[in-house]
Design a protein around this ligand. Structure first.
Ligand SMILES: Nc1ncnc2c1ncn2[C@@H]1O[C@H](COP(=O)(O)OP(=O)(O)OP(=O)(O)O)[C@@H](O)[C@H]1O
Length: 424
């Protein structure tokens, strides 16, 4: 394929990873940004990125993943004309690490061309000698994994979890719905980044790949991904389809529902693998109480939990053909935001900006206690606690008594826990 040919494709066809990564590709790295369809990526120098991160200082350090360390910095139009003043995250490839040029290139090719509200925005990159860096919009709340499992001061509320699940589902539906579908391949909680409003944005396209073309139903690759998230058929055969992403999405739904990680090495054998432990209980609504994140206490929608559990169960089906498409998943999850059977906690303090009487409504409990002072607060606490216990009991008898318990854990038993394949 000649450079001219690529330029002719600009308005219609996305540049594929194989167009660039194949030996003999006519596209040189110098021409990369201009060959990307619809991209306005900035090409930064190493010196510029050193400058905005104060030479990759400890005070700007955000974290580290398989690609390398991530630092915070600021850019504006002094750096490049037209560049919006904003905080950015700079990812620096660890040249001695497990990832390399292929992962960097995948990130540039996919995120440089695909634009969606639930995809993290890639602002630019740097490619100098062996140095490979990526510059993204800064996501103030980090990643879902840390918010769900490492935030010890507060718990993600139910509706926030639903909002995150819907955002991530929309993103996968978008990728799968492309004219040439994209298989993300590494869907997991740590790859879901959160902005200051808990909008979910997918990042980390290092393992992403273009889906099957023409008559092919799948592509065959060596198995790569993360322990606890990969679909069983992919682990067994290397056959990769968009349905593998759907399975991984089901695992993240389970994490959101249970507050447990996909693999917890410190738990007893039966509970180590989240899918193996929780999946049989997803369809038996009488058992849902046993797996729902106890940190939510009773502040979740019972109906919503049932529906989410049913979606997760379908996504985690061992037969890829029985899994729903991500478009169907989005449609099933969206109405969960409107369910209003979430019990209100005893003291939800909402800061009402002066003059705002519309949105920042106070809870009933709060209004009463403000009038009564602290003595009333104690009584109210006890009353609310009793009320919550009553509601819990009520919910236990009201749930549908389904005998429809699925217990197909045989495959997982056969697979054991050796689900992990290193990235390279
Ligand atoms: N755009 C961003 N804004 C803010 N923080 C970010 C951004 N991108 C990554 N981070 C943070 O940097 C750290 C490393 O992220 P990275 O995506 O490189 O790895 P990971 O997904 O956590 O792990 P792995 O690469 O092994 O899958 C994480 O703490 C993540 O929250």
């Amino acid at each position: 394929m000649s450079k001219v040919h690529v330029s002719n494709q600009v308005s219609t066809q996305r540049l594929l990873l194989t167009d660039v990564s194949n030996p003999g590709s006519p596209i040189s790295l110098n021409e990369l940004s201009s060959s990307l369809v619809g991209s306005n990526l900035h090409v930064f120098t190493l010196k510029e990125l050193q400058m905005i991160t104060h030479n990759f200082s400890r005070s700007d350090y955000l974290g580290e993943g398989g690609f390398g360390k991530v630092y915070k910095g600021c850019v504006d139009d002094n750096l490049r004309p037209g560049l919006k003043a904003q905080t950015v995250a700079v990812k620096v490839l660890d040249v001695n690490g497990s990832q390399g040029h292929r992962e960097w290139l995948a990130e540039v090719i996919f995120l440089g061309q695909l634009k969606h509200p639930h995809l993290v925005n890639l602002i630019g990159y740097c490619c100098e000698d062996e140095h490979r860096l990526l510059v993204y919009e800064y996501m103030a709340l980090g990643n879902l994994h840390d918010q769900l499992f490492k935030n010890y001061s507060s718990t993600l509320p139910w509706l926030t979890r639903i909002k995150i699940a819907i955002g991530a589902a929309r993103c996968l539906a978008f990728l799968h719905g492309e004219e040439k579908p994209v298989i993300y391949r590494d869907f997991k909680a740590s790859n879901i980044l959160l902005d200051s409003d808990y909008n979910a944005k997918l990042s980390d396209f290092g393992l992403a790949t273009d889906g099957p073309q023409g008559e092919d139903s799948h592509i065959t690759t060596c198995v790569m991904g993360t322990e606890g998230y990969a679909a069983p058929e992919y682990i067994n055969t290397g056959h990769l389809t968009t349905m593998c992403d759907v399975f991984s999405f089901g695992v993240v739904l389970l994490e959101l529902l249970t507050g447990r990680r996909s693999v917890e090495k410190n738990r007893c054998k039966r509970e180590k693998d989240l899918v193996e432990w929780a999946r049989p209980m997803l369809k038996d609504f009488t058992k849902l109480d046993q797996i729902i994140d106890s940190r939510l206490e009773d502040r979740y929608s019972t109906e919503g939990a049932k529906r989410l559990a049913a979606v997760a169960h379908q996504c985690l089906s061992h037969n890829p053909k029985s899994r729903p498409t991500m478009t169907t998943v989005v449609k099933a999850l969206e109405p969960l935001l409107d369910l209003n059977d979430i019990p209100i906690g005893p003291f939800v303090y909402t800061v009402v900006p002066p003059g705002d009487h519309g949105h920042g409504q106070k809870s009933c409990g709060q209004k009463k206690n403000e009038k009564r002072g602290d003595g009333g607060k104690e009584k109210e606490d006890k009353k609310e606690e009793k009320g919550r216990n009553r509601r819990r009991k009520r919910r236990r008898v009201r749930v549908v008594r389904s005998r429809d318990v699925y217990s197909d854990t045989a495959l997982y038993k056969a697979l054991g826990t050796s689900l992990y394949s290193p990235r390279n």
